[in-house]
Ligand binder design. Structure first.
Ligand code: BJW
Length: 333
């Protein structure tokens, strides 16, 4: 063999070795399975299961998510309005945002994903669902209350911004006459799938920017001075202590077999931290998300051999992957 040919052959072998070892390395690092029958085996042998849910669970019910191209309301990013500072600066604007979210949540119906989790809770007493959602759809799907932990509160609870008064389950729509939805078109959260429209709306100078004089907003009947606000957890605020305590108690009891990470970017803490905590207690991870590994999966992105990734709509996937335990899902229309 000519020296040049030998050199080229060696070079090709080196290249293919490098490709192989890169592929092997990737396979070790990230090899989640999407094999439903393998998942069924894991599910049926699991006793202690945790679910961490996010906005994607309610997407099929028509509610907006927070991040990506969606998650914008009027000229604002949803996350920029979910802070006490935003409320202090312009309580009328923040209230209009939440009034719209309350209205949409009341119009929406729980989807098959919510009902599948309800059924799993009924079948498996040691299944716990932690939800970051504030839309009340899991409750309306009759998810057993003691197995549902609301990490970020509820838009249907009303708190005082100054004192400790809280009113639970207020479904008035609008909550106050000044907060009535004038035009769904004006108020809509831009759908996540259309980045161009989302960006255009974000910059649109004609978008309704009228707001409300804080003096005219509802005030606390107890302390009289504080403004009422939605009973949700904003950035920089503590999550409900009793709820965190109940979750810790559940985690402490035994090892965890499986964590389902459903429709969340798992980027907000401390919620996202439960993925690592479950892994430390031995859990396999199953991610159910519209996005695959190229999307933002935050604390759930480091999937290992034996973990699962089901890419698509949680409302379609959950009834399918949970079927061996919950049976065929029947939803009354
Ligand atoms: C589909 C789908 C379909 C679409 N099917 N999938 C440690 C490190 C770094 C920072 C921190 C840290 N600890 C604390 C912080 C600060 C901060 C934080 O996490 N910041 C991050 C930005 C880094 N955390 C806090 O401030 C928390 N408080 C706190 O830690 O307090 C400490 C304290 C102690 C003592 C005294 C005082 C303070 C509070 C966090 C509160 C978050 N609140 C919000 C608003 C709630 C009210 C409301 O709803 O308006 O919660 S923000 C927002 O994000 C909301 C959500 O619950 C949360 C998570 O979003 P989620 O659900 O994941 O939505 P998206 O849009 O991100 O993802 C949707 C997913 O669905 C996507 O993946 C899609 O692909 C997918 N999807 N359609 C399946 N059909």
């Amino acid at each position: 063999m000519l020296l040049a040919q030998k050199h080229i052959l060696n070079f090709n072998i080196r290249i293919s070795h490098r490709r192989l070892s890169t592929t092997a390395h990737m396979a070790n690092r990230r090899a989640p399975s999407s094999d439903v029958s393998k998942f069924h085996e894991v599910l049926t042998s699991s006793k202690r299961i945790m679910a961490l849910c996010g906005a994607g669970l309610s997407a099929a019910s028509g509610l907006g998510t927070f991040r990506g191209a969606g998650g914008m309301w009027r000229n604002h990013r949803a996350t920029s309005l979910a802070t006490p500072e935003a409320f202090e600066k312009d309580p009328g604007l923040v209230w209009l945002f939440y009034s719209y979210r309350r209205h949409k949540a009341l119009q929406a119906k729980p989807n098959a994903g919510h009902y599948a989790l309800t059924e799993l809770s009924k079948k498996l007493p040691d299944f716990i669902t932690l939800t970051q959602n504030v839309d009340g759809l899991s409750q309306r799907a009759e998810h057993p209350r003691e197995q549902l932990k609301l990490l970020h509160g509820s838009v249907f609870d009303i708190k005082c911004f100054s004192c400790d008064r809280i009113e639970l389950n207020n479904y008035d729509d609008p909550f106050h006459p000044l907060l009535a939805i004038e035009s769904e078109e004006d108020d809509r959260l831009v759908p996540a799938e259309n980045t161009v429209r989302a960006t255009a709306a974000y910059m649109d100078p004609n978008v309704n920017t009228t707001t409300i004089n804080p003096d005219d907003l509802p005030h606390c009947p107890k302390c009289k001075t504080g403004l009422l606000r939605p009973g949700v957890v904003w950035f920089g605020e503590a999550l409900p202590e009793d709820t965190l305590g109940e979750i810790d108690e559940w985690i402490k009891q035994d090892k965890i077999d499986l964590i389902l990470v459903i429709g969340t970017t798992a980027t907000v803490w401390p919620a996202a931290g439960y993925v690592e905590e479950a892994k430390r207690k031995g859990a396999r991870v199953a991610v159910i998300n519209m996005d695959g590994l190229d999307g933002e999966l935050g604390a759930a992105s480091n999937l290992r051999n034996g973990d699962f990734l089901f890419q698509g709509d949680a409302a379609k996937i959950l009834p399918e992957i949970l079927k061996p335990v919950i049976g065929e899902l029947k939803i009354a229309s």
